[in-house]
Design a protein around this ligand. Structure first.
Ligand SMILES: Cc1ncc(COP(=O)(O)O)c(C=O)c1O
Length: 388
């Protein structure tokens, strides 16, 4: 194929288009793009469970047993028993009283804020909070203020401004997908008034962070009092669907008040079956998390040896420093020449000009990691990059 043309096309694809070109996923770590098979260091299927044979078998078996769709809200005739089974598995995995499922992770925080509409006086969101949280904030019927990314001191200033009789709610991602950093929940709790709440969208932390994968709360060693954690099943668990991890009382309150719960068809039963299988795998095989962090540590160490500055964020994500256009183009070319899909993206809110983000999975082979490191080492030799 015309390689120079492919590079040019890639640039057009990453810069201009609203709907990026389709990728074909092959096996655990490769994609097909424009006729080429390339190693993949993107996407958030951190443990590659989306293609795991037990998870796929669970889809097929549940499809045969339950069909594709309940075609009704759980509030009416759509409440299949598999949903309670999945909620019990989630509650067991995360160590919560209950869980409540939603069709996807985007809906979960929205359901929480619908439930609390009118109860808080101020919504305070991290400036890089995911769109799901910003949409969720609109349901609260109170003013929204953004505070500086990760910055407890800035947050404290806004809390102080809220006034004596206020009741604030803080909205933040648990783990941030642009660089694998996490919200300092312990610090936020210290400055949160007693009647306040923190809503954590832990789409990326769930299954990944903490000693048993319970997510950012476990990593930060904080309890669940005054914190509500929302998760997705579409990343570490490799399936689809969302959930709010809740006390029984909160679950009841959401059931009574959330339009999202009343007005949506739940996730297809085969996906619920797959999610059950996937949660069991992650509980049974903590070695996957261990392997992922070993891979991460290997890549970080080698990149540092090659002269890269990589920050020590808790998540399996390495964000490369900002680069000028010529450097971006050069590195894209090197990735393609080495048979790696260029992990370059523009992330809403995090960086207008785009950046390289490496996602390291538990299933990348040493040879694939070495290929990645080789490209970045040769680039570093050839090209200076400015500090982030
Ligand atoms: C931080 C965050 N929250 C929520 C979502 C939405 O989750 P889902 O894809 O399950 O709707 C995403 C997904 O990309 C996300 O990154």
């Amino acid at each position: 194929m015309d390689f120079a043309r492919a590079v040019l096309d890639f640039e057009i694809y990453t810069r201009g288009m609203n709907e990026p070109e389709a990728l074909e996923f092959l096996g655990d770590n490769e994609v097909r793009w424009r006729g080429r098979t390339l190693v993949y260091f993107s996407g958030c299927d951190y443990f590659r469970l989306a293609r795991n044979s037990q998870v796929v078998a669970a889809v097929i078996s549940s499809l045969k047993e339950n069909g594709l769709n309940v075609a009704a809200s759980r509030k009416t005739t759509g409440n299949h028993k598999i949903y309670a089974e999945l909620e019990n598995e989630l509650a067991k995995f995360f160590g919560t009283e209950t869980a409540l499922l939603f069709p996807d992770g985007y809906f979960a925080p929205i359901a929480v804020t619908q439930t609390f509409a009118g109860e808080f006086t101020h919504a305070l969101a991290d400036e890089f909070a995911h769109g799901a949280l910003l949409d969720a904030a609109r349901m609260l019927d109170c003013p929204l203020q953004k505070f500086r990314h990760h910055d407890a001191a800035d947050l404290q200033k806004f809390i102080a401004k809220c006034g004596k009789n206020s009741r604030p709610i803080i909205l933040t991602d648990g783990m941030f997908a642009h660089d694998g950093s996490t919200a300092p929940l312990r610090e936020y709790l210290k400055i949160l008034p007693r009647n306040g709440m923190i809503l954590v969208d832990d789409a990326h932390g769930a299954g990944v962070l903490g000693s048993t994968g319970k997510g950012t709360l476990e990593l930060e060693k904080v309890g669940r009092q005054r914190i509500v954690q929302c998760v997705t099943l579409s990343k570490a668990f490799g399936v689809y669907g969302g959930a709010v991890l809740a006390t029984r009382a909160l679950r009841e309150k959401i059931l009574a008040r959330s339009c999202v719960f009343v007005g949506t068809t739940p996730l297809p039963p085969p996906l619920a079956g797959a999610a059950i299988a996937s949660i069991k795998i992650l509980r049974r095989e903590p070695v996957r998390r261990k392997r992922m962090f070993q891979n991460l540590s290997y890549v970080r160490t080698q990149l540092r040896a090659a002269g890269w500055e990589t920050s020590e964020t808790p998540g399996p994500i390495i964000r490369l420093p900002a680069m000028n256009e010529a450097a971006v183009r050069d590195l894209q070319k090197r990735f393609l020449a080495a048979g790696i899909y260029p992990p370059f993206l523009k992330y809403v809110g995090a960086s207008a000009q785009g950046f390289f983000r490496l996602i390291i999975s538990s299933e990348h082979t040493r040879a694939q990691l070495d290929r990645l490191i080789g490209v970045l080492a040769s680039f570093k030799l050839a090209f200076g990059v400015r500090k982030p």
